[in-house]
Write a protein that binds this ligand. Structure first.
Ligand code: ATP
Length: 239
């Protein structure tokens, strides 16, 4: 049974239909990427999974359970956690306070469980441990992205949703963020990633789906898609 299974999902904004019936699965432990041009429907797909955008038609199953009508905050408790964009970090709060906000969903857990989760986040992001007292707003774009991902990890996701984590970052920082994404996945967290940076994303993904104008037009193992001439031309800037 897949961890996430989307069947024939239609999502619209008013009378505009953004997704025309997409189906996809994410298996436990996988790193799966959605690739597509601007307006293809990647963000809408993420919003539907996290529960902030209702479906017009179709179903979403999480761990076999129908969550199509489940409220967004309940989905977080079941383990579907979306990292905010780097700019979604609370600018006036310290790194530590930002991370604690992520753990809010787990507030009834023991102090030991909190400490263990925090230790894991600091292991992945030593930079955040060094900067734990610095306020979010004064950190670099890359560091803020780390805080955003760290904050999501504090909720101990079973499925981590990442929407363009490399957006607006310098090439060297992008490399670092992608390495960390691979590390998080290697440590056992299932990830659904949306990325414009197709080269990096495909080379690190188990599988990927190509979205075009609200439909899945192709899917397969990341490395296979990376070698596909049509994908190379459309998404990798290689004629
Ligand atoms: P980008 O990379 O530019 O974020 P995307 O693949 O994430 O693109 P979406 O943002 O999901 O694409 O948009 C899919 C379609 O839905 C587009 O045609 C877009 O114009 C439309 N859309 C998105 N958000 C809204 C909204 N709030 N109101 C109306 N239409 C919207």
């Amino acid at each position: 049974m897949p961890l996430l299974e989307i069947k024939d999902m239609v999502v619209g904004y008013g009378r505009i239909e953004a997704l025309h019936g997409i189906s996809l699965t994410v298996e436990e432990g996988e790193l799966v990427t959605l690739i597509g041009a601007n307006g293809a429907g990647k963000t809408t797909t993420m919003r539907a999974i996290s529960g902030v955008r209702p479906l017009t038609r179709g179903t979403i199953l999480f761990d076999g359970e129908d969550i199509t009508k489940m409220k967004a905050h309940v989905r977080v408790l079941t383990g579907i956690v979306q990292a905010p964009e780097g700019r979604g970090v609370f600018p006036g709060m310290t790194v530590q306070e930002n991370l604690d906000m992520g753990h809010y969903a787990r507030k009834f857990e023991s102090k030991a469980a909190y400490q263990e989760t925090l230790d894991r986040v600091f292991e992945l992001f030593p930079r955040l441990a060094e900067r734990r007292s610095q306020v979010g707003g004064t950190m670099s774009g890359g560091e803020q992205q780390m805080v955003a991902i760290g904050r999501a990890l504090m909720a101990r996701p079973r499925l981590l949703l990442l929407d363009e984590p490399s957006m607006g970052l310098a090439p060297m920082i992008i490399q670092q963020i992608f390495r960390i994404i691979s590390d998080i996945n290697a440590l056992g967290t299932t990830i659904l990633l949306v990325e414009q940076n197709a080269q990096q994303a495909l080379s690190r993904s188990d599988r990927a789906y190509i979205l075009e104008t609200g439909e899945v037009v192709k899917s397969g193992p990341g490395k296979q898609l990376l070698a596909d001439p049509a994908i190379k031309e459309a998404y990798l800037g290689v004629a």
